[in-house]
Design a protein around this ligand. Structure first.
Ligand SMILES: [Zn+2]
Length: 220
């Protein structure tokens, strides 16, 4: 399917890629690390797990319910960012994507441009290929990639595309590309939209909940 160049450039924009990275990190957050957040904030994750166990999902190739829930979450995120439905995603892919997500989370946790650059430099040196241009065999406008080839495994693709976008954001804005929600029950990562005052929470919902909780604590 051919789409207009402007639709393609929106899909491939640095900002959109960085937001896709944040969404995938949040979808892939390890259940053990995020257990509190999932029970407190996202009962949907439990429902997704139960649904996955009850139905024979095409993604249910894993032996653990956590991996299946992550596969379902990833399958939700990718089409929302213009990627095709990942029908061919395996439990091994999910495990590699989760590893990539854990490494990328450190970029969001970095408190300064210098700290984010140090994490990115280590990832670029250790995990990505050299910069190349691809048009996916004339399927898209030319754009840069850091993975080894167009059919690289999902984990490699996530690391490479994320490192590229986050590197450009640090270059462009001279500040960390995002942050981690300050709510202890959330810890979702988010992309900073501009170089205004530092954001503490991923969403208005988290900010309001924490403000109400602080108010209750203050009143005893
Ligand atoms: Zn939050």
């Amino acid at each position: 399917m051919l789409t207009s160049n402007s639709a393609w450039s929106a899909r491939l924009s640095v900002q959109n890629t960085a937001r896709r990275t944040a969404a995938l990190i949040n979808a892939l957050s390890a259940p053990e690390a995020q257990a509190g957040a999932r029970t407190a904030e996202a009962p949907a994750a439990t429902e997704a797990t139960e649904a996955a166990e009850a139905t024979s999902s095409p993604y249910a190739t894993s032996t653990t319910a956590g991996a299946t829930a992550d596969a379902l979450a990833v399958a939700d995120v990718l089409p929302a960012y213009g990627e095709p439905d990942p029908l061919a995603i395996s439990a091994e892919d999910i495990a590699e994507m989760r590893e990539a997500a854990d490494a990328l989370r450190e970029v969001f946790a970095a408190g300064s441009a210098g700290a984010a650059a140090a994490v990115l430099n280590a990832l670029l040196q250790r995990t990505t290929g050299t910069l190349r241009l691809t048009s996916h065999s004339d399927g898209s406008p030319w754009h840069p990639h850091l993975d080894s080839h167009d059919d690289a495994p999902w984990g490699e693709w996530l690391l490479a595309s994320s490192c590229l976008a986050l590197t450009v954001l640090v270059w462009d804005r001279q500040c960390p590309p995002g942050g981690v929600c300050a709510s202890p029950s959330c810890r979702a990562v988010f992309v900073t939209l501009n170089s205004g005052p530092a954001r503490r929470y991923c969403s208005r919902r988290c900010a309001t909940r924490e403000r109400v909780a602080a108010h209750r604590r203050a009143r005893g």
